[in-house]
Design a protein around this ligand. Sequence first.
Ligand code: DQA
Length: 151
Amino acid sequence: MKILIIHGANLGILGKREPEIYGTLTLDEINGILMSEFPNVEFEFFNSNFEGEIVNKLNSLIDSDFDGVVINPGAFTHYSYAIRDAISALKIPVVEVHLSNIYARAQSGETFRQISVIAPVCKGYIAGFGHLSYILGVEAILKLIEKQKAK
Ligand code: DQA
């Protein structure tokens, strides 16, 4: 089982970035937790602040042996049609995750967070559980694949 984890803009500074919102874990610590939670999954981790690099990475999955993708696009969530189209072109399941609850934040004034242009082309989305959102995202992919195999 091969799963790609994509972390988008400003997630490389986790741990130091608004810890009251995003928590104190660094990206490496989150990646490490995923590896120890799912020892049977082969993970690749990809982090970029550049939209085009994320698009290229997603394009590279066409005809690859990856089984699924968990993506936290960061702020690209709210406006990147390029990332949306790249996900739309894939046949493997993609789950969008966020550390913070983007809908609660939208309610308290940051209205731009209300829209995810990515979510409609994903299997589903998980937001608001801190680093657990990533664990739940991987769980979702594993369950989806299990269900597909049982068919
Ligand atoms: C985020 C939520 C986005 O709105 C924000 O721009 C981020 C992080 C999250 O994980 O909570 O960079 O994706």
